[in-house]
Ligand binder design. Structure first.
Ligand SMILES: [Zn+2]
Ligand SMILES: [Zn+2]
Length: 263
């Protein structure tokens, strides 16, 4: 089964900027004319159903090492494609089940029951080979800072979640993925999704949102009152704040302040 052991594949695409692991895996298979299933068997062995899990969250270090060596990529770069690579940046440790800030995949067999992967149509359209960004799995990301448009979270034609890894499942013999930008439910090309410009109500709020995404690159952050040596501490505080604001007590209080006559 170790047909690819010790080899660097003929084509070894490197992870693109901010590319998420599952997208990179699909592109590796695609670039080598392999069925995704064939590559999976070589890496994981037979009988492993990797798409019945959230592979971007659960891929382990030995597997990452193997894929990195197939592509002549460093382990660190491969690790940075995974959601675990966000440990110490946005949360301390990734946990099974729901992790803070990550859109849950809600896996059901090989399908996803609700949107978990967002996308910017303009980013996909601008890619030479369309790929999916790790930051699009984050609940923090609501718009594309490059194109100033809102992110989408499902196919605009059929409303199915984005499941680009299913491209070839309809034809088990085919290694032809087409482009990863095709909706695997109705074949709509997500690059053609209408874009919606970000409406800016408050420039300071926009700046804060932009900075929050930058904190993930820096690994540390600051507010006007405090420096956070570890950016996950900032996100912990932010999450607590949001939870408090969303509590029934806070909502009642806010509504009493905003509409005193109605209470
Ligand atoms: Zn974009
Ligand atoms: Zn669709």
């Amino acid at each position: 089964m170790d047909g690819l052991s010790g080899l660097v594949l003929p084509a070894h695409p490197q992870p693109k900027d901010d590319e998420i692991f599952s997208s990179w895996l699909c592109r590796i298979a695609q670039a080598n004319g392999l069925k995704l299933h064939t590559l999976e068997v070589q890496v994981w062995g037979r009988g492993k159903e990797i798409w019945t899990r959230d592979i971007d969250r659960s891929v382990d270090d030995p597997t990452l090492t193997r894929i990195a060596s197939l592509c002549g990529t460093s382990f660190e770069r491969a690790h940075a494609t995974t959601l675990r690579g966000l440990e110490g940046l946005i949360f301390e440790k990734i946990v099974m089940g729901n992790s803070p800030w990550i859109l849950p995949a809600a896996v059901y067999h090989r399908t996803r029951r609700r949107p978990f992967m967002q996308f910017c149509p303009a980013c996909l359209a601008g890619d030479k080979i369309p790929y999916y960004r790790r930051s699009w799995r984050l609940a923090l990301a609501t718009f594309c800072d490059t194109h100033s448009v809102m992110l989408h979270d499902c196919c605009p034609r059929c409303q199915a979640p984005v499941m680009f890894y299913r491209q070839e499942l309809g034809d088990r013999w085919s290694s032809d993925f087409g482009t990863l930008s095709l909706c695997t439910t109705c074949r709509f090309d997500l690059r053609e999704t209408d874009t919606e410009k970000v409406v800016i109500f408050d420039r300071d709020a926009l700046l804060t949102l932009r900075m929050q995404m930058r904190y993930l690159d820096l690994g540390w952050t600051f507010t006007d009152k405090q420096i956070f040596q570890y950016s996950q501490l900032y996100f912990d505080v932010l999450r607590n704040l949001i939870q408090k604001m969303m509590s029934p007590w806070s909502k009642r209080k806010a509504s009493a302040v905003l509409s005193p006559g109605l209470n």
